[in-house]
Design a protein. Sequence first.
Length: 327
Amino acid sequence: MTLPTLDARRARELVARFPGLAVLVAGDVMLDRFIVGRVSRISPEAPVPVVHFQSEHVRLGGAANVAHNIAALGGKVSLVGVVGADAAGARLREQLAADGVSADGLVEDRTRPTTEKVRIVTERNQQVARVDYERDADVDPALEREIVAQIGKAGARARVLLVSDYLKGAVTRPIVEALVALKSAGVPLIVDPKIPHLACYAGATLVTPNHHEAETATHRRIRTEDDARDAARDFRTRASCDAVLITRGEHGMWLSDAGAEGTIPAIAREVSDVTGAGDTVMATLALALAAGATLAEAAILANHAAGVVVGRFGPATLTRDDLAATF
């Protein structure tokens, strides 16, 4: 089997359908904070650079960045996840509002901080250090029931369901089972996975491990396209899902589906930062499937979207015009 091509006319037709398409995103929401400064010397206290503060930027991360990407592409997104009762949670809600994403589906957990990653970077975009604020234990049963209720409420309107799992506690088996139940009504379910939760994703339409996750799950080394094919087939069996899309960085992607199988070459012209590129892939896949694309067409569109955002710094987004212009 080989993958069909996607010509410019069909690609632009699909992208033009994105506005207003309803997508439910459930998973681990995060806040990404960037402290930018200039390095001029090494500290006399320890062999570390001294960073002179210049600016600070806040962006959405994790499932929140997936939702932001969907909104930037014109989709109507419902976000379900967990935040803490803290300043970072308030800031995350403010950022969601600024980026056009509703925070109505967020559940508050007073026992944990909002997941926040603080990156210290130089003015030349070189990362010096990262500080993580998080508690990654699974949510308790009461909060789990609240999340399931929010999924039921938002899922009734969704044309595609999406799980963004970062192992921060908001993705559990009962939560995925609630999404699989909605999928049984004919709504595709896409999962951005973490391997310790592999057994939870049974029944998903599409699971999208990266190169290293696919190797870990299948106990295979992936060096060639034949390796990628065999790993993808094995992953499908192990995850009990309908299809697998392995993202392979500079080697592109490998799609394994009952109807299509093959490689999608990378198209990035210049790589600045891969942070959040997977979130862009997920958002584009979701909207493409909601627009009526086949899995192969959706994967090709997502590959083009990733090629745009890796040329930008931090968890970036792109517009429909940006995506259409790549064809």
